[in-house]
Design a protein around this ligand. Structure first.
Ligand code: SF4
Length: 291
């Protein structure tokens, strides 16, 4: 796949089919884009939308969030899951307020230097907030490239250097077009070239897709594990954290004990929350969100 072959159909498809999402609106701020990227990493759009709107209404700037305790970020994270992301966003807000005059930096390197911001998020914010030219490789993009160019149903389990090189080689030269291309490929993966049921009949690059042209050969790589949730430590942590989010102040341990029967798993989950900085153990057996 060369970008000259693929850019026009995918950009044309995106112009017609892109979802109208608030962090893509012209008035969205770089801070709004950064918040959306962190929230979207492990949570579907439909669940992110209301929480993102609440966050931006409450904390329209990084400085507004930085002025509050990190526990408020955890509380407002609601049920998005993987709540360490709330702490990472808060830490980034503190760094932006303290080191960048409250403005989300526009260089990839400065973004990458923020606490808890990895190469994906730095590239996404530089592209989507500032119209720069960076390879933005999320799971959707990796899957589309694996199929269209690699002829494989799924990309490797862990991102490879070859995938980054391929993504870079496909970027249109003009930075704003490259940024739009990145979000367009991402959207194609989210809406058409989905993981389990790709709709090749509705795909703008079906005529050139290596995997489709090969007859959609079945995946024969290492087993791909689904994400189970029920009964896991993650579910237990979510229940414990929900008690603390709903409480006005510190809660007694007994209130945590009643939300999960398995005491060994419950203690392990609580220890994990404390170790991650998501819960503060206080004197007299009380627990609270971090201050
Ligand atoms: S033709 Fe099918 S597999 Fe290939 S990119 Fe389009 S939706 Fe995905």
């Amino acid at each position: 796949m060369r970008s000259s072959h693929f850019a026009a159909p995918i950009l044309g498809w995106y112009a017609e089919n892109a979802r109208d999402l608030p962090w893509r609106a012209p008035e969205a701020t770089p801070w709004g884009v950064l918040v959306s990227e962190i929230m979207l990493q492990q949570t579907p759009v439909s669940r992110v939308l209301p929480v993102w709107a609440e966050w931006l209404a409450r904390w329209p700037t990084p400085s507004a969030l930085a002025a509050e305790p990190s526990g408020e970020a955890v509380r407002a994270w609601g049920r998005l899951g993987y709540p360490r992301r709330a702490l990472r966003l808060h830490a980034s807000a503190v760094a932006i307020a303290g080191e960048h005059d409250g403005r989300v930096p526009d260089s990839y390197d400065a973004l990458l230097a923020l606490p808890g911001i990895g190469s994906y998020t730095a590239a996404a914010v530089a592209s989507f907030a500032y119209g720069q030219r960076h390879a933005v490789l999320d799971t959707n993009v990796r899957r589309v490239l694996a199929r269209t160019v690699g002829g494989e149903e799924y990309p490797p389990k862990a991102q490879t250097v070859a995938e980054v090189r391929l993504a870079e080689s496909l970027l249109p030269l003009d930075p704003p077009v490259a940024a739009r291309w990145s979000v367009a490929v991402m959207e194609l993966g989210a809406l058409v070239c989905t993981a389990r049921a790709p709709r090749c009949g509705a795909c703008p690059v079906a005529e050139r897709c290596a995997w489709r042209l090969a007859g959609r050969p079945a995946y024969d790589g290492p087993p791909r594990r689904g994400q189970q949730y029920a009964g896991t430590d993650r579910q237990c942590r979510g229940r414990l954290l929900a008690v603390l989010r709903q409480a006005e102040g510190p809660v007694e341990k007994a209130l945590l004990d009643v939300v999960w029967d398995d005491a060994v798993q419950r203690e392990r989950a609580l220890d994990g929350l404390v170790a991650d900085g998501l819960v503060d153990p206080l004197d007299e057996g009380l627990y609270a969100l971090p201050r």
